[in-house]
Design a protein around this ligand. Sequence first.
Ligand SMILES: N[C@@H](CCC(=O)N[C@@H](CS)C(=O)NCC(=O)O)C(=O)O
Length: 205
Amino acid sequence: MLTLYYAKGTCSLASHIALEEAGLDYRAERVDLAAKAQQTPEYLAINPKGRVPALATDKGVLTETPAILSYIAALAPEAGLGLADDAFAHARLQSFMAYMNSTVHPAHAHRLRGSRWTDDPAAIEALKVKVPQNMRDGFALIQNEIFEGPFVFGETYTVADPYLFTVAGWLEGDGVDIAEFPAINAHRQRMAERPAVQRVLQAIG
Ligand SMILES: N[C@@H](CCC(=O)N[C@@H](CS)C(=O)NCC(=O)O)C(=O)O
């Protein structure tokens, strides 16, 4: 049995949707970030990073969205979520997830989590200023250089799609109108129609 530790409004949504799409047997355990549950000794024993997502498996706990998404795709090869049949396509999928993880997600985190980088209240405010521009730059690159449509990698739905859906959901709060990116906007709507996505959103509340 897999257990996904998740919180509403966070990057854990991507793994949650992927588990549902893969048809795997899993349990979802909410972590209350507002109550700082991620810093309790109980949760730190599961994920010493104090973040979500974490995926508890019978082999141990996995963290980091790209690793969790890759693992989910590998556990359900029949779902074809990982482009594993083609080495180059698989590497492009890894490249996309690495970009989300290392560049786009941290750009977003500068708005709400500036205290990761500085303790100076004025600097925390200053870190917010470039968030819209950096998110816009990231999504322009995704739309123009990576996204094929109707899914990230063309006709094949992969774990890249719930990742894109999740991070695109942060744009509005980051001061970017998703309508600036028509292909990403259409993808978001396409994703919202998927039964697996609807099941997860309903379960999260
Ligand atoms: N690189 C990690 C980032 C994990 C992360 O930063 N999660 C955020 C939510 S999106 C979190 O748990 N924040 C709680 C905190 O910073 O205390 C991943 O992609 O899984």
